[in-house]
Design a protein around this ligand. Structure first.
Ligand code: F6P
Length: 323
């Protein structure tokens, strides 16, 4: 093996740049050439490929986003698109592909690896933390910290005005950001997809808190097409409890940006270096994971078999400490 290609794909996540740096430098340290692909699978099809040296990844460990850019590509999900991508990789004399991204990225790598004889390694990076086989994904810790910092600020004004806030967070259907964000921020309740509960039940702790000593309440709501978002819950509560002073805050894409935390930089560095180690060992078509603080190699089929969801037992902790 002489040359690897490296790309980020799908939705960006803080820490992707730390992983780009780690893969590039570990590869060069091990005598490999690095071909960087811009704009994800789209760039792979369009042949947007440039050689990277160590200085191309200088001063990026702390930057959010991805210096390689990312973009959706419907074409990669066609045989014709993947054929063009493979031809471009052959032209660049690439012997293995390292992809950094979430479930859609790994799904794409899995199909590609089934069709073409090219070793692929994936590095999990998504704020949603929804991949099986790894305790955590790059970007999740940063997004969680961003939510915590925002909710701490919202708490100041909520307490001053004795208000009930519904704060909407990202995280897809997995629920990690909403539930763990709620625990980390001392919220009264969290609403996540795939968990049935009536508005009355949801508001039980909120109202009980107000009746006792609390001067504010904050509910984190995971944005979801399935159950609607913060707006829907705020409207329901305004109708049933007109005495409550209700407000909404939608955190949106600010959760995807910003400097990665130390934790995300460290796991990105470990996973990036492990991707090169995996290729040296002759592994292919695996996602790098961290399980119990050990690097593990997760077959693509397992990583994307189904989206990982948060353990609902954590609601007990949320409720116990929110009394
Ligand atoms: O996968 C990351 C994520 O931010 C999800 O939490 C969210 O559902 C989705 O991407 C939003 O995607 P877009 O940037 O296309 O709005």
């Amino acid at each position: 093996m002489k040359t690897i290609a490296l790309m980020t794909s799908g939705n960006d996540a803080p820490g992707m740049n730390s992983a780009i740096r780690a893969v590039t430098r570990s590869a060069i340290y091990n005598g490999l050439r690095v071909k960087a692909v811009r704009r994800g699978y789209k760039g792979l099809i369009d042949g947007e490929i440039v050689e990277f040296q160590t200085q191309n990844v200088s001063n990026i460990i702390q930057q959010g986003g991805t210096i390689l850019k990312s973009s959706p590509s419907k074409d990669f999900f066609s045989e014709e698109g993947r054929r063009k991508a493979y031809e471009n990789l052959q032209r660049e004399e690439v012997d293995a592909l390292v992809v950094i991204g979430g479930d859609g990225t790994i799904h794409g790598a899995r199909i590609f690896a089934q069709e073409y004889d090219l070793p692929c390694i994936a590095i999990p990076a998504t704020i949603d933390n929804n991949l099986c086989g790894t305790d955590t994904t790059i970007g999740y810790d940063t997004a969680l910290n961003t939510i915590m910092q925002c909710v701490d600020k919202i708490r100041d004004t909520a307490s001053s005005h004795e208000r009930l806030f519904f704060v909407e967070v990202l995280g897809d259907d997995a629920g990690f950001l909403a539930l763990n964000g709620a625990i980390a921020s001392g919220c009264e309740e969290a609403i996540i997809p795939n968990k049935d509960s009536s508005t009355d039940e949801l508001l039980h702790s909120v109202l009980a808190g107000f009746r006792k000593t609390k001067s504010s309440s904050i509910v984190l709501v995971a944005a979801s097409e399935e159950h609607g978002g913060a707006m829907k819950y705020a409207d329901l509560v305004k109708k049933t409890h007109p005495n409550l002073d209700v407000r909404i805050s939608i955190l949106g894409h600010l959760q995807r940006g910003g400097h990665p935390t130390a934790h995300d930089r460290i796991i990105a560095s470990r996973m990036g270096s492990a991707a090169i180690e995996a290729l040296k060992k002759g592994l292919r078509n695996v996602m790098i994971g961290i399980d119990n603080d050990e690097i593990v190699y997760v077959p693509f089929s397992r990583a994307v078999k189904e989206n990982r969801r948060i353990d609902h037992d954590l609601f007990d902790i949320l409720h116990d400490v929110a009394i």
